[in-house]
Design a protein around this ligand. Structure first.
Ligand SMILES: C[S@@+](CC[C@H](N)C(=O)[O-])C[C@H]1O[C@@H](n2cnc3c(N)ncnc32)[C@H](O)[C@@H]1O
Length: 187
């Protein structure tokens, strides 16, 4: 299913602890060969701009929809603005989301939750290490940028993810892995 067809409601502005969701109007956002006007939500904490729901960022997450098998039991590392869980809602059998910030959960989860979803307040490293649950599809997105220095984190999480895969057809996708790998070869 195309992510264009999956229109999502913008998560409202709000603040919880160090985290905020703010809305910003971009009058000249260049995307897909043209300038567009776009009002988007951003998830930020004191020091980090974690993500936005802008078109470029959505494009980088769209591989989740492409690779998720039908009727999959899905594990998602990092709630963020809840874009990937909402995209996968129709395709998945179940969606378990692991998020380490109680503030992000407070700001976002009530707006996206459905009967198929479960939220776990934990560090994804700890969860992957300890859980006995198994999944068909794992989507990991717990870093805010695609810097070359993220490669170690991605490699480590992929290794840990092997513990939670149901079988040899189960798949792990990490946000921006190809970009990070390319950046790392240039360092
Ligand atoms: C870029 S956002 C995820 C975006 C998400 N894919 C979406 O669909 O909107 C990253 C999220 O991961 C969370 N996070 C960062 N490190 C984490 C960790 N070690 N374990 C669990 N969640 C983590 C952040 O608090 C943030 O909510």
């Amino acid at each position: 299913m195309s992510t264009k067809k999956l229109k999502l409601k913008r998560i409202p502005e709000g603040r919880s602890g160090h985290f905020s969701i703010i809305h910003r109007y971009h009058p000249h956002l260049y995307f897909n060969g043209k300038y567009i006007r776009y009002t988007g939500a951003m998830l930020i904490d004191n020091e980090t701009m974690w993500m936005s729901d802008g078109p470029e960022e959505r494009l980088t997450m769209s591989s989740a929809v492409r690779w998720c098998p039908n009727n999959a039991d899905v594990l998602i590392g990092g709630l963020g603005l809840g874009i990937v869980p909402r995209w996968l809602e129709q395709k998945a059998n179940s969606i378990t989301i692991v998020e380490f910030s109680r503030d992000v959960i407070n700001l976002v989860y009530d707006y996206i939750k459905t009967a198929k979803m479960k939220i776990i307040h934990d560090d994804i490293n700890n969860y992957l290490d300890k859980t006995e649950e198994k999944f068909d599809f794992v989507y990991l997105d717990t870093w805010p940028d695609l810097d070359a220095s993220r490669l170690d984190e991605i490699t480590h999480l992929k290794k840990l993810s092997k513990n939670v895969l149901k079988n040899e057809n189960s798949r792990v996708i990490c946000w921006g892995e190809n970009v990070v790998r390319k950046a790392a070869t240039k360092v």
